[in-house]
Design a protein around this ligand. Structure first.
Ligand code: F6R
Length: 242
């Protein structure tokens, strides 16, 4: 595992964006696993900036997002589908038909989960998976104490996650209680993983994930078993590690 320190959020974002850029430059038809939330916003901003300067070409890239809330349509401003279009997809030349986010509105969610796993497989798996980390240690929406070998599935969000994500909604009551998430299995099958973290509130869980026991109680701890993980974190997020 490679742990890269950055002094602050902008530097962390640039470093992570550099790694994604290198991936796309070296393999223009990369399959990128993408994340939402507040942490990757700076990464997407940076990628959009470099794309605007002519340094990047996403025309042959495919993307698969980690997760989506159940019950939010793609045009809902809090849906992850909307987030991806708003902050990234609509600002670069990735073909909309090459972008994928689980459908949280599917009438048959089990079938949707199976479809998503088949889709990832049909793309040949993920070349580079971008991950954030939740305060519970979740990756995607794989909350503590779920099986590490689960495929894409529906999850009930932990109260801590609902509380943390309520900042994006009018109130905690408005946060959907369920989500569809890529399973840890598909993430672990990604050729490379890039975990980003920022801020003091992530420091303890990041330290437990990187150096504590590998346990479903801390989902991100499974990353210790992956052969090619790069962690890019700012000074505050690494404050317990350092
Ligand atoms: C988002 C996702 C989540 C977030 C995590 C951290 O697609 O899968 O695991 O990465 O909740 O969120 P932020 O970055 O908002 O702290």
């Amino acid at each position: 595992m490679n742990i890269l320190w950055a002094p602050d959020y902008p530097a962390m974002s640039r470093k992570a964006a550099n790694i994604i850029s290198a991936q796309v430059i070296l393999k223009p038809d990369s399959v990128l696993g993408l994340a939402t939330g507040s942490t990757p916003l700076g990464v997407y901003r940076q990628l959009v900036d470099w794309y605007g300067k002519g340094d990047l070409d996403f025309s042959r890239v495919h993307s698969v997002n980690l997760d989506e809330y159940v019950g939010l349509p793609p045009d809902h401003s809090r849906s992850y589908s909307y987030y991806m279009r708003n902050y990234f997809f609509s600002h670069v030349n990735i073909g909309p038909e090459n972008t994928n986010v689980p459908d949280g509105m599917a009438a048959d969610l089990d079938a949707e989960c199976e479809r998503y796993d088949r889709l990832i497989e049909s793309l040949g798996g993920i070349d580079l998976q971008l991950l954030g980390i939740g305060s519970t240690g979740h990756i995607g929406f794989n909350e503590p104490n779920e099986d590490f070998d689960k495929k894409t599935h529906k999850v009930r969000l932990k109260q801590a996650t609902i509380d943390a994500n309520s900042r994006f909604f009018e109130s905690a009551d408005a946060v959907p209680r369920f989500a569809v998430t890529m399973g840890i299995k598909a993430m672990m099958q990604a050729k490379k993983i890039l975990l980003i973290a920022s801020g003091e509130e992530k420091a303890e869980v990041l330290c437990r994930s990187l150096f504590g026991p590998v346990t479903p109680e801390v989902p991100a701890s499974i990353l210790q078993m992956h052969p090619c993980v790069t962690v890019v974190a700012d000074d505050a997020a690494l404050s317990v590690v350092l």
